[in-house]
Design a protein around this ligand. Structure first.
Ligand code: ASP
Length: 480
């Protein structure tokens, strides 16, 4: 009997745990004083510059310093290679799976019903998430009594990058709501794909999918077969990329933790914990509760099925890059039928960001408290509304939530300078909120599938998985 390989999520979890341990060790032991001892004066420049200028930059840099830099770059290389691979398939998977999903529903009434349900649940859960964020932030008051000196010190340390984020948001802001909505409609579908504008790709795929159901069957069938085949091709590529997932997760986490400003984290610990507590309540309390009330999916089944997607979301900070794995988990392990999963999940990855919205709620209250402002009910409602809308426009890639926060702060008249204060801990909170975003997508797809009678029972899933047992979730099925 062939030896069974450890399941993918365990391997990812081991990568994650080792990454944390190694990251913490480097963070604690490899300080600027160590660089200085090795003859490296400016470690940032030393790490960033090519070898050709090293001689001028660090005449004394010795073998240990060079080796450390090599390892760091090799580590970043593995993480980036993996993320590039996942980004590479993000647009094709949305396009092909959505086209196949819509075309195979083959019923515009059903499509409208599922679409309506999906969007309604996405919006309601997002608004609920921000409300939870606002409530916790008001109760805990992470910014109350925050020393003004520390606020200014943190703000000046990150002033330049905060300006860049605010600048990025402003380019969005000069536009009227008409233009923003209009922009969802691509003028060139290929341009949208090339630019990686997922919202536009969703629209293009929806239009093409609906059109496929309206043209004669004889003509539609070969196109659907191509899209279906391409979806399988993309999923197979995902499985190939996932082979390096445990190593890449190690590399990504070790890098983030090694670079983490522990001092900044400690200064912002109350704020960070408020965000994490809010996200934990949503992920481990609200979602399972909603599932319990509206579907037969129970706690253990849900989390066991989606854990690879959650781990990947945490490691990559990108729900877009995680999408192919989210689809794989929901279809194969949770038992959502392909036509529903391939319709609901790409839309969810693009527009449903409960974690991001919750984070924006907490951040807005925190910043207001930093500046001694008391938010009125009207301002808080503005936050709920703008954060719900902003989360739709948030691209599913790392670090966009904080850019969209600018829009939320402006709408509620909260000082934008506060962005600089929270920037230092954004990456780690991005990892947490992305996990919540992906979990939310999985929750919604379960509800939609159940109400449509397209969710397998736990026994059906188990029986199917037992059949596939020879072939791991992440491996190639042999010729069928
Ligand atoms: N990184 C998040 C995501 O991809 C978006 C954000 O909040 O920055 O889901």
């Amino acid at each position: 009997m062939p030896k069974r390989k450890l399941a993918l999520h365990w391997r990812i979890l081991i990568g994650l745990a080792l990454g944390v341990v190694v990251g913490v060790a480097i963070n604690m032991l490899w300080t600027d004083a160590v660089w200085a001892k090795l003859g490296v004066v400016d470690s940032g420049a030393f790490l960033a510059t090519g070898p050709h200028t090293d001689a001028q930059l660090n005449p004394d840099a010795n073998l240990i310093a060079d080796t450390a830099r090599f390892l760091r770059r090799a580590n970043a290389f593995v993480g980036d290679l993996f993320l590039r691979g996942l980004k590479f398939i993000a647009v094709p998977i949305v396009l092909f799976s959505l086209m196949t999903g819509v075309a195979s529903l083959n019923d515009t009434a059903k499509l409208g019903r599922i679409g309506g349900k999906t969007i309604a649940i996405y919006l309601v859960t997002t608004a609920l998430a921000i409300t939870i964020g606002l409530t916790i932030a008001n109760l805990v008051g992470p910014g109350r009594g925050f020393p003004e000196e520390l606020r200014e010190q943190l703000a000046s340390a990150e002033a330049a990058s905060a300006e860049a984020k605010i600048g990025a948001a402003k380019t969005q802001q000069g536009r009227s709501t008409w233009d923003i909505v209009l922009d969802i409609m691509p003028t060139n579908p290929f341009g949208a794909m090339a630019a990686g504008n997922t919202l536009q790709v969703v629209v293009a795929a929806l239009l093409a999918g609906v059109a496929l159901t309206l043209i004669p069957k004889k003509k539609a069938e070969p196109v659907i077969a191509v899209c279906d085949g391409m979806t399988d091709v993309v999923i197979k590529i995902v499985e190939m990329i996932l082979i390096i997932a445990p190593y890449a997760v190690f590399a990504l986490i070790a890098g983030v933790i090694a670079d983490l400003g522990v001092a900044v984290l400690l200064q912002l610990v109350k704020y960070s914990l408020t965000v994490v507590a809010g996200l934990a309540i949503v992920v481990f309390g609200v979602y399972p509760l909603i599932l319990r009330v509206s579907t037969p999916v129970r706690y253990k089944r849900f989390f066991a099925a989606i854990s690879p997607a959650q781990l990947l979301a945490f490691s990559s900070s990108s729900s877009g890059a995680t999408l192919p794995v989210t689809m794989d988990c929901c279809e194969k392990r949770l038992g959502v039928k392909e036509d529903v999963a391939s319709f609901v999940l790409p839309i969810g990855a693009t527009i449903n960001m409960d974690g991001t919205a919750l984070y924006q709620g907490v951040a807005a209250v925190f910043i207001a408290q930093l500046y001694g402002l008391d938010l009125s009910i009207g301002q808080q409602l503005t936050i709920v509304l703008t954060a719900t809308l902003a989360s739709i426009g948030t691209a599913a890639v790392p670090g966009v939530g904080i850019v969209m926060l600018v829009i939320v702060l402006e709408a509620a008249n909260i000082p934008l300078e506060g962005i600089a204060v929270i920037l230092g801990v954004d990456r780690i909170l991005d990892m947490c909120r992305t996990t919540c975003n992906v979990t939310g997508d999985c929750m919604v797809v379960s509800i939609v599938a159940h109400t449509e009678g397209e969710l397998e029972t736990e026994d059906q899933v188990r029986a199917r998985l037992a059949l596939d047992d020879e072939v791991g979730f992440d491996e190639h099925p042999r010729n069928e």
